[in-house]
Design a protein around this ligand. Structure first.
Ligand SMILES: Cc1cc2nc3c(=O)[nH]c(=O)nc-3n(C[C@H](O)[C@H](O)[C@H](O)COP(=O)(O)OP(=O)(O)OC[C@H]3O[C@@H](n4cnc5c(N)ncnc54)[C@H](O)[C@@H]3O)c2cc1C
Length: 443
């Protein structure tokens, strides 16, 4: 599985690079429209490559599981964020180079007198500035997540759409019919993708609703909601994966939230999510009533034991509500009567707030499971681990002489904990392909 995933990952990477530079081939292929200065061609090629990258962002965020599976959703979102900056710098270099080498072109910024091709370019760049600015300073600007998502979509469509109109109106590199066709295919693909993500997919999700059959309070200010498919077969997932759920709103709205499945993947009747009441939406989970309709878009992610079936043992490192994907994996392993050695290192503030505390104890009876609780504020007389998960603790629990691929480690919890554990495992020269993390802060 790992090798196949690696080959797939490299394959997508190569295709991404090819599509990014594809417009340059169109530029170079003869017949060239005519000789122009080097700096002008350079500025245009920066613009083309930047635009390609921007358009490909729609593919990255379209939630194609087949595309994300070799990397994991968090890696794809991280790439999406970083590559946006590169694309922005390339696109902005296009007008800057023009202004520097041909100062008279600055007059094109005046949208009252400029031709339409320049107006389209100005709107595209302004939308791009809005896109980047709102994303970097969302929290500083106190923009709530939903408003940000709506603007993010509008700015992205405007930036790419206006840039395509700009290319069409300039028409310089559309000097032969087949070049025109190539750009048309590009535009049609882009519009098709938008139609799929904004119309077809929400429609499909709407036709497959779920009904809430149980809402249960858990330790640690969390609530488990259990859903049953309403009039369809439901979905199958791998333990550890997640889905986007929509409560009291349609799949067309932006009001969806990602949550890991906490139920066993072996249960084909119902699915459960365990949600910690932390913010505006999650605090309302406890008010959901049995019988309410919920929409589920998933499964997504590659954070799963099923991607590492070869492993001789598994270790789970969880903090707080980061237990949810681990719980799904442990429940599935129990249902499958798996006898491999399992270790769960579970960090919490105190003994009372340990979500699934009792069930973890009972899972020890069906699984070969060692649970190590780490408490920040231990109760009086506690003789277990205290403080935070650190190097000493991990070294003490990791078996010596582990070979590559023998032990697979899954990490999920608060960001400082995940960064610390990633760093410790890296510095212990643990094989990077053998430890996996799920980050709950995608945006
Ligand atoms: C892959 C994945 C799996 C997750 N699994 C679980 C889980 O099993 N249990 C659990 O309790 N939490 C889980 N989360 C976290 C959960 O999605 C967020 O805590 C929740 O969406 C925050 O919403 P809120 O309105 O309550 O919080 P708010 O306080 O309003 O928002 C807090 C922050 O959460 C983020 N956020 C808000 N809304 C969304 C949204 N619609 N989509 C994405 N991020 C958002 C934003 O960065 C925001 O600033 C998971 C997150 C991810 C990415």
């Amino acid at each position: 599985m790992k090798k196949r995933s690696l080959i797939k990952g490299i394959g997508w990477g190569v295709l991404y690079l090819f599509l990014t530079v594809a417009p340059l081939f169109v530029m170079l292929v003869s017949p060239a429209p005519g000789q122009r200065e080097f700096w002008r061609e350079l500025s245009v090629s920066f613009g083309f490559v930047g635009l390609s990258m921007m358009a490909l962002q729609f593919v990255l965020t379209a939630r194609f599981q087949w595309l994300k599976s070799p990397y994991g959703s968090d890696v794809v979102y991280l790439f999406h964020r970083q590559i946006s900056i590169v694309a922005f710098l390339l696109i902005i270099s296009h007008p800057i180079l023009l202004f520097v080498f041909s100062p008279s072109t600055v007059s094109l910024l005046n949208i009252f007198t400029a031709p339409w091709r320049a107006r389209a370019a100005v709107v595209s760049v302004l939308a791009l500035l809005g896109l980047i600015g709102f994303s970097i300073w969302r929290k500083t600007l106190k923009l709530d997540y939903y408003t940000w998502r709506i603007w993010h979509g509008i700015f992205a469509i405007l930036a790419v759409g206006m840039a395509l109109i700009h290319i069409e109106l300039v028409g310089y590199y559309l000097n032969t019919p087949w070049k025109k066709i190539l750009w048309l295919v590009y535009a049609v693909f882009w519009i098709g993708l938008l139609l799929y993500t904004r119309l077809l997919k929400p429609l499909w999700i709407m036709k497959r609703p779920y009904i809430v059959v149980d809402v249960q309070e858990e330790r640690g200010n969390a609530w488990t909601i259990t859903l049953k498919p309403d009039g369809h077969q439901g979905l199958r997932f791998h333990p550890g994966q997640f889905a986007w759920i929509n409560v009291r709103s349609s799949p067309f709205s932006e009001k969806e939230h990602p949550f890991s499945f906490s139920s066993s993947s072996e249960n084909t009747e119902t699915i459960s999510f365990t949600i910690k009441a932390l913010g505006d939406f999650t605090k309302t989970i406890k008010d959901i009533s049995v019988g309410e309709r919920v929409y589920v878009d998933g499964p997504y992610g590659s954070f799963s034991i099923d991607n590492h079936a070869h492993a001789k043992a598994f270790m789970f490192i969880a903090g707080g509500v980061g237990i949810t994907p681990m719980m799904s994996m442990l429940r599935a392993l129990s249902d499958r009567q798996d006898s491999r050695p399992l270790t769960l290192i579970y960090a919490n503030r105190d003994w009372e707030s340990i979500t699934f505390r009792e069930e973890l104890e009972s899972l020890k009876r069906t699984l070969n499971l060692n649970v190590v609780h780490v408490l920040e504020q231990p109760p009086h007389g506690w003789n277990g681990k205290t403080g935070y998960i650190n190097r000493d603790l991990l070294e003490g629990l990791l078996p010596s002489g582990i070979q590559k691929n023998d032990l697979e480690i899954f990490i999920c919890g608060p960001i400082p904990m995940m960064n610390a554990v990633d760093g410790i495992l890296g510095s212990m020269k643990f094989w990077p392909g053998d430890y996996h993390s799920e980050r709950f802060d995608l945006v």
